[in-house]
Design a protein around this ligand. Sequence first.
Ligand code: SF4
Ligand code: SF4
Length: 374
Amino acid sequence: MTSAPAPVSDTSARLAPPVGLLAELTHRCPLQCPYCSNPLELERAKDELPTDVWQRVFQDAADLGVLQLHLSGGEPAVRTDLEALVAHGAGAGLYTNLITSGVTLNESRLHALRDAGLAHVQISLQDVDAANADRLAHYEGAHAKKLRLAEAVRKTGLALTLNAPIHRHNVMRTADFIDLAVAAGARRLEIAHVQYYGWALANRAALMPTRAQMDESIAIVEEARVRLKGILTIDLVVPDYYAIRPKPCMGGWGRGLITITPSGKAMPCHAAATIPGLLFDNVRDRPLAEIWTSSAAFAQFRGTDWMLEPCRSCDLRERDWGGCRCQALAFTGDARNADPACAKSGWHAAFTAAAAAEASAEPPPFRFRRMAAP
Ligand code: SF4
Ligand code: SF4
């Protein structure tokens, strides 16, 4: 059991509630995507929170003011209690979204989830080319199963989003992803250039596109957004490595989202465990509202007091909150530094050059996502 650290600061008087709760129900997944953002050390089934603890957390979240519940993983549908969890989340008044790889759900289970109160389904696609999609997932027949599930979601009347993680092995088919989303009746498509955390960071050299490929994919999305207005909403996530300003990672540390890992660790973002020295409270031990207002890990990088230069005196510090702490640590060695995606960072040139060098070299073999041997 994790013991609760003493509160570092209690900002409850001025702290708005989080908008979303990301519940990573399990790290188990039948697929082995090399771009997976899950940590290299995946949590095991025996350590997963039981049904009643997740249900209590969902009620706590609703009481705290959370609006959206994102059920994720791993593959959340490997949990046999998924229907009970959806029913509890929806019953607590949360807008309930299932983020799925789409290979384990069948039509009858989908109906049961809808009847339990599920509002939205998000299916990730590896590629539009079936053979390449199955190669990336390391699972034969995955793509065909995903398309069947997308069709079933559309028939149930549930809202459907398709998610397309983009990298050098599929970036040339950005336009095809858009065509597929329209044909599948999706309301929303996320063209999300891979963010390099967890397994994706370990596979960065195998995945990094060139700047020219990225520019072309952005131009395709921008044209399609105009052409498909009112038919399909396309969200675009650009790769940090070719940016000049960072994204406000998670909308700012401890500002809008709580992530709960399969074993119950409450984190400001799903990669926060890569930062050494942070103490994560566990929802088994401490109420969610108390974690949100007083947890040491959430307080560590909340606001701007922790910032070093150039962020400390930058006019944009309350817009992007200095970018991503995990990326700052991974590339500069200090999580308090500006995200190296920022052109004001002293590491920016090296950050961009690393990407360009990897993108122009022959890609190394994938390191597929796998649970380590016990
Ligand atoms: S990215 Fe792939 S391996 Fe990772 S959880 Fe999603 S479907 Fe599974
Ligand atoms: S210096 Fe810091 S706050 Fe300013 S734009 Fe760059 S990352 Fe954002």
